[in-house]
Design a binder for this molecule. Structure first.
Ligand code: ADP
Ligand code: ASP
Ligand code: MG
Length: 243
């Protein structure tokens, strides 16, 4: 199978968590699967970078902000490839542009227009795990773009569609989708399965657990997203068509 696994910031926040994710990716690869990882910036990195930029220029040029913020994900990709190497696996890191992710030129909120699957397929054919920096692409002018806050989910869904992946798994710090934020409401109820429309409605009401465009991309491509905990094993929530 070709499997895309996305890891969010909290799931990569320190060496232990990064190595745990690397271990899951490596064992999947050793089971004979083709594995593509999509990684977010570690922990609160993006927030910290935004604060740092604000000290330098309160109104930075959007294209420079994108060049800067995309580096958070690029660092994660390099570290993840190193972590997989430390576990005896073989991986290669890729930025959005190296992975063929082409977007429009709307800096800070770019949309993915198309993905050339060849660069990633070439790495998979060399028996490597492809580790792609989430949240970014390249504009028609050749500039680095970012997809909006939380956009790594959309990178994963769009790659799953372009690569015709068998599974698209989104690993995060909660064990699935609930009817309300489970960190704020102890009585929140978990869904085993939720439809695209209902998921988009939850996001519209402020549930930032998935980037809205990831759900739209999955819906349009007919892909089911699996939302799972990176921190403990067990079933998550399937986001897909409702029969
Ligand atoms: P990641 O860094 O993995 O992308 P996010 O912080 O973007 O993670 O999303 C996960 C968070 O979404 C959870 O920690 C949780 O507090 C929050 N959240 C808000 N609403 C919901 C919901 N309805 N179901 C699950 N999680 C939710
Ligand atoms: N690092 C980016 C953010 O914090 C993208 C992501 O996490 O999906 O918004
Ligand atoms: Mg997120």
């Amino acid at each position: 199978m070709l499997i895309v696994q996305k890891y969010g910031g909290t799931s990569l926040q320190d060496a232990g968590r990064l190595l745990r994710a690397a271990g899951r990716l490596t064992s999947l690869f050793r089971q004979g699967h083709q594995v593509v990882a999509v990684v977010s910036a570690q922990g609160q990195t993006t927030d910290e970078m935004i604060a740092r930029a604000a000290q330098i220029n309160p109104r930075p040029a959007k294209r420079e902000m994108d060049a800067y913020l995309a580096a958070g994900e690029q660092m994660s990709a390099g570290l993840m490839a190193m972590a997989i190497g430390a576990l005896g696996g073989s991986a290669v890191s890729m930025t959005g542009w190296q992975a063929g992710i082409r977007t429009d030129g709307c800096h800070g909120d770019a949309r993915i227009l198309e993905i050339d699957p060849q660069p990633i397929l070439a790495e998979l054919a060399k028996k490597r795990i492809a580790v792609v920096a989430g949240f970014q692409g390249v504009s028609p002018e050749g500039r680095i773009t970012t997809l909006g806050r939380g956009g790594s989910d959309t990178t994963a869904a769009a790659l799953a569609a372009a690569l015709k992946a068998d599974r698209c798994q989104i690993f995060t710090d909660v064990d699935g989708i609930y009817d309300r934020d489970p960190r704020r409401y102890a009585d929140a109820q978990k869904y085993d399965r939720i439809g695209y429309g209902e998921m988009l409605r939850l996001i519209g009401h402020g549930a930032q657990v998935l980037h809205d465009r990831s759900v739209e991309t999955a819906r349009d491509a007919g892909i089911t997203l699996e939302v799972l905990s990176a921190l403990k094993d067990g079933p998550g929530t399937l986001v897909g068509p409702m029969e």
